[in-house]
Design a protein around this ligand. Sequence first.
Ligand code: NAD
Length: 437
Amino acid sequence: MNLAVIGTGYVGLVTGTCFAETGNNVTCVDIDVNKVERLRKGEITIFEPGLDVLFERNSKQGRLKFTTDLNEAVASAQIIFLALPTPPGEDGSADLSYIMGVAKQLSHLIKDYKIIIDKSTVPVGTAERVHAIIAENTSETLFDVVSNPEFLREGVAVDDFMKPDRVVIGTTSERARKVMKQLYEPFVRQGNPIYFMDERSAEMTKYAANSYLATRISFMNEIANLCEKVNANVDMVRMGMGSDSRIGKRFLFPGVGYGGSCFPKDVQALARTATDFDYDFRILNAVMGVNDQQRYTLAEKIKAYFGQDLRGHTIGIWGLAFKPNTDDIREAPALYIIESLLAAGAKVKAFDPEAMNNIQRYFGDQIELCKDQYEVLIDADALAIVTEWSLFRTPSFQVMKELMKQDVIFDGRNLYDLEAMAEHGFHYHSIGRESVG
Ligand code: NAD
């Protein structure tokens, strides 16, 4: 099948590459000329494990192409994915200007039957709005609009796309349903389900899933905060809870709050939808409130230890990406922590295995970027661990002690064993566990 994927960011590039891998001809479109130029030269524009092999193979074999010309991509495509940004607007609602802008352009370009698929995360009713805009200039018999929300996780996006837990397809068109089934069948050969439903339910499913996951995170962060007060160990509590099959072990780790380009904006957007429909979604408001505070928890612990005025103190940061195995720093907790430390007068040194370029663009020379995790520690009064990259799990504590000015660690991801840290002689502060040293 011939596909066009409009928007070649994290979702668009992975979607396009994976559909090419199953034998489709894919043209990815982006308005960012520089991005398209790099992709054409064979340079991948994001860090995503496993993407390079598929990208190279499919580009070389001519199934994966890149262009800035929407016209050209749409003319030859039967299936058109919208993988465009839906950032939060000022009132928290999803900004649909990218989607609607492209829908308007498409309305002038459709000459034969095409399926337009919303892969972006969009509020309930968007498929209908996209349909209405395209229908302004095109016969309704020439297109269907389908909602097909994407559930991939950055860092494991290729695996998630190639072997999804489920595929959700919202369409009331029998013709579109048949094509979508054919398109996705290669990805669910192990028997994972393709759920067909109406467009609105599909749109709602994505927000419900992300908001539930964010709720789990905020819930566990509150449990952790309470554990600190009652002198319980959240890691024990987490395991005791999670082994209940009704709860499950995954996604129960407390930390420094959720971040990234999805959870914060999606929770906000669902809360906004609720408000628009006169529904007071109280849990979501609490989830957001807890997260707003939790993002600062490491900075607050650091200030509680050294004092509110951090002038003269150097704080090292391990991990800047919003989670491991990505270079994405959008809404990363590290941004909030670093801003808070800088505002208190601290000097900040930092390292991340993949996010250095992005963080350099964000903070410029306000912070010192280091070549590896040990350089961060030279003359540091404390280390703050923000992202749980595997690299940070078994460092040389001996070398760390030699390099640091003071042996103080604030661990936002509970990477280390309390007893071991006491034995190494660190002052060690983590999340939802007693401080040692
Ligand atoms: P992104 O910002 O990485 O990529 C969006 C791309 O669209 C950019 O390359 C941008 O240049 C391009 N673009 C903007 N306007 C355009 C236009 N008019 N024509 C062509 N290209 C245009 O965003 P993303 O992270 O890939 O997210 C895209 C959507 O998918 C969002 O709605 C997001 O909520 C959703 N989503 C994201 C993830 C994720 O993990 N990143 C997961 C599931 C769903």
